[in-house]
Ligand binder design. Structure first.
Ligand SMILES: *Cc1c(COP(=O)(O)O)cnc(C)c1O
Length: 435
């Protein structure tokens, strides 16, 4: 599969041409500035929840982005597993533009062809049985909020417990945060919605002890992305399916990060035979960079738990977002993305495992985590940026790659060739601090 995108330096052709500058940025509206100047303005205007951003980005094409000072980067994070087709993909861009120029927003008092077609497409790709249904949101955390409400509705005979796993990340709004395990994210905002218990990761014995007839739902990520790309074993997923079914609890799979071809399957759980969830959450890659999420309920029983009037959204599933989703899925299918992702992912993982300083490599397809022989992952992110690569640290020891699914083997190889130097640079200050 070839990387596609608009050619370097082209104006992003608006009808009038007046709102975009020669580098494609909307500089008539923003005014131009240097990276350093933008960051100081950022710190004076934006809420400080993200710290100071690493760079100010002005343009993207395929797997590359450019910053305000003209530096080019190979994007191996893809907006955190979002830019499935890279940046400024011509087909996705043209579908979004023409939908926006035709009908942009309508509210859910009305529907649109793109909304219906995307729901049907997702049900087909997820091989969902008859009676399955889709609810569209604008983000991952909203998909999890809908999932929490679904779990609350599975309340016959006083079921009130919701189980999640140690290390889980399910989002930042209050319901999703209750499912998220990290104390630093949770504690400043307690009390959170009640009834959630965290149980040990990938521990079938602990699962056996926890699941009984008082459990409304078990919510799990097939591969924990934020925790450093940690996969659940196939045995665990099968045990989770069997135990929840036996006890009338819902199995809810959070595939916000692992879904939409990221792992070389449409959805990560499809790697394990017999694991059909009761519900699945999606977001990140679904819109190819445009915000959209979804909750899919599998079968009549799960779908009938939430009835008319019990949930809603103003923006969710609007014509533009669902057109973006349709365009993304179409482009992925047309380019044989599942095979491509598996091949490039296998190449990256096998080469990573041979690099000095890399002690473990995990993941599937193009969701990859690897551990270092010391706590210098954040320094490696900085060294990678300086060398022209965007990567991510999920913790002091662990780096994550979640590049556009159109990444070529040649592009992956440029990173692998640079990585020993990046790690050596990153490790140096750590060594000095120890001695
Ligand atoms: C990113 C993520 C979320 C939250 O999605 P947002 O769009 O950031 O709200 C939820 N679950 C998982 C597994 C994620 O990776």
């Amino acid at each position: 599969m070839n990387e596609t995108g608009t050619p370097t330096g082209s104006a992003t052709g608006s009808a009038t041409g007046s709102a975009t500058g020669s580098d494609g940025t909307v500089d008539v509206l923003t005014g131009g500035d240097s990276g350093a100047a933008w960051l100081s303005r950022y710190n004076g205007a934006l809420m400080g929840v993200f710290g100071t951003p690493q760079r100010v980005l002005v343009r993207g094409s395929g797997c590359h982005v450019w910053d305000a000072d003209g530096n080019q980067y190979l994007d191996l994070l893809g907006g955190i597993a979002v830019n499935a087709l890279g940046h400024a993909h011509p087909f996705v861009t043209s579908v979004i533009s023409s939908q926006l120029a035709t009908l942009g927003h309508i509210s859910n008092f009305f529907t649109s062809p793109t909304q219906v077609a995307l729901a049907e497409k997702l049900l087909a790709l997820s091989q969902a049985p008859a009676g399955s249904r889709v609810f569209f949101t604008n983000s991952g955390t909203e998909a999890l909020e809908a999932a929490v409400k679904l779990a609350r509705r599975n309340s016959t005979a006083g079921r009130s417990r919701i189980l999640a796993l140690d290390g889980a990340f399910h989002g930042r709004t209050m319901g999703a945060l209750a499912l998220t395990s990290k104390k630093a994210y949770r504690e400043p905002f307690e009390p959170l919605p009640g009834g959630v218990e965290h149980i040990p990761f990938n521990d079938i014995e602990a699962l056996l002890n926890a699941v009984d007839d008082t459990v409304a739902a078990l919510v799990i990520e097939p591969i924990q992305g934020e925790a450093g790309v940690r996969p659940l074993s196939p045995e665990y997923l099968r045990a989770a399916r069997e135990l929840t079914r036996r006890h009338g609890a819902l199995l809810i799979l959070d595939e916000v990060q692992t879904g939409i071809a990221r792992t070389g399957r449409w959805f990560a759980h499809q790697a394990v035979d017999g694991v059909v969830p009761d519900a699945m959450t999606l977001a990140k890659g679904l819109g190819g960079g445009f915000p959209i999420g979804a909750l899919i309920t599998f079968g009549e029983d799960a779908s009938s738990l939430i009835s008319a009037g019990q949930h809603g959204t103003t923006f969710g599933g609007n014509p533009v977002a669902t057109a973006a989703g349709l365009a993304t899925l179409h482009a992925l299918e047309a380019s044989d993305a599942l095979r491509h992702v598996s091949e490039v992912g296998a190449f990256l993982r096998s080469r990573l495992a041979t690099i000095e300083g890399v002690t473990a490599v995990r993941g599937e397809g193009l969701l990859i985590g690897f551990d270092l022989d010391g706590e210098y992952a954040p320094a490696a992110v900085q060294a990678a940026l300086a060398a022209g690569f965007i990567i991510n640290a999920t913790g002091p020891l662990t780096l994550r790659l979640a590049p556009p699914l159109i990444l070529t083997t040649e592009q992956a190889a440029t990173f692998l060739d640079a990585l020993p130097g990046i790690l050596a640079t990153a490790k140096t200050p750590a060594r000095e601090a120890i001695s």
